[in-house]
Ligand binder design. Structure first.
Ligand SMILES: [Cu+2]
Length: 375
């Protein structure tokens, strides 16, 4: 596969650079409030998350309508900072950008994104009248071939999120040239096409107001390699959480992407927001991809649930797999979505059980998946 050492070194150089930058970014602490979090006395039944293609056309429409509602509602970030967050949707993107180098390649990567996706789900429901659950994208169904990938119902122009952007040239020695990329320009069909100001933050760690279109750069051969059922099964076959999480996340190299990078670069390629480590939530497909990664984790947990509801490890600091800087994440490790999302601060331990529901007022998450993966 193309990419090789050049992409590895280039990505690493940027990682180190951005890591230094991220250290100067303060993370606002949330006041707690609506969204997921302990809701004493409120009996809850888990929402059941389903695969995108199994939703009815009206269900798909109501989800997209709620996403567009979040994109149109004003940001609540203003009291916390004076950044370029414009929409309520941007509040989540902002949180992701600010914490990028505190929660990727760490032990709490999966827990953090589990909470992030649940907060998004509750914003759609609480603030935009959506009545369903967050859908997921089971990319293993599409990764059977590059042609099947491009034809995914997720990219459908009428009942999905639209597809690719037109081809954008890249220098052949560009270290971020995703192997087999096919687009790069503004998404040209579907519900998010035609808006040159759908995205307001990024690229990279910039939180200045920067109106842009939504771009995609589909990389079908790359996606069919990393999002395959074989790769997913390899991930699920890991015996402990530390290795499971590492195989999900892979390494910052196109030769070792894992299922996480498979979805990001398979959709975002070189130029699309999904390929941007910081600003990737700008593409609404982010949340369907992360819901499925969460489903992979839940599938893995369910294979030995009692044990795996408490199995957590992995570094507190980015890539510190040898624990040379600090120790491992534990169940007591704090997870915050930052002030603007108004979601309560929780711990990793609060995020281990997706069906915690009421639990004497202490349950944070309350959802389930209609189907899980098995080995
Ligand atoms: Cu992320």
């Amino acid at each position: 596969m193309a990419g090789g050492m050049g992409s590895r070194l280039g990505t690493w150089a940027v990682l180190v650079l951005c890591w230094t930058t991220a250290l100067t970014c303060a993370v606002p602490v949330g006041p707690g409030g609506p969204g997921p979090g302990p809701k004493p006395g409120k009996p809850e039944k888990p929402l059941v998350r389903k695969e995108w293609r199994t939703l009815s056309t009206p269900e798909k429409r109501s989800y997209i309508t709620a996403v567009k509602c979040l994109l149109a509602k004003p940001s609540q970030t203003t009291p916390f900072n004076t950044t370029g967050t414009f929409s309520r949707y941007d509040d989540l993107v902002y949180t992701h950008i600010q914490q990028t180098f505190q929660m990727h390649y760490t032990g709490h990567f999966l827990a953090w994104h589990r909470y992030f996706t649940a907060v998004y789900e509750s914003l759609l429901r609480d603030e935009c009248g959506y009545t369903g659950a967050q859908p997921y994208w089971d990319w293993t169904l599409d990764a059977v071939s590059p042609a099947a990938y491009v034809a995914s119902p997720v990219f459908d122009p009428v009942t999905g999120f639209g597809g690719n952007g037109p081809w954008v040239e890249t220098a052949p020695d560009d270290p971020f040239n995703v192997p087999g990329r096919t687009g790069g320009g503004c998404v040209s069909d579907g519900p998010f096409a035609g808006a040159d100001d759908l995205v307001h933050l990024g690229p990279g760690d910039s939180v200045a107001y920067n109106p842009q279109c939504l771009r995609r750069d589909l990389s079908p051969s790359f996606a069919s390699r990393w999002l395959s059922l074989d790769q997913t099964r390899l991930t699920l076959s890991q015996g402990d959480f530390g290795w499971f999480s590492r195989v999900v996340e892979g390494m910052p190299s196109f030769d070792a992407s894992g299922i996480h990078g498979g979805g990001h670069y398979g959709v975002g390629g070189r130029w699309g927001q999904m390929g941007d480590l910081y600003a990737s939530p700008c593409d609404p497909i982010f949340f369907l991809h992360h819901a499925n990664l969460d489903r992979v984790w839940w599938s893995w947990q369910k294979m030995d649930l009692k044990k795996r509801l408490t199995d957590i490890s992995g570094p507190i600091e980015l890539m510190d797999y040898g624990n040379e800087k600090t120790g491992n994440v534990t169940l007591a490790f704090p997870v915050s979505m930052g002030g603007p999302t108004t979601a309560a601060d929780v711990t990793v331990g609060d995020l281990m059980d997706i069906k915690a529901c009421g639990k004497g007022g202490k349950g944070v998450l309350c959802y389930d998946y209609d189907r899980v993966y098995t080995l």
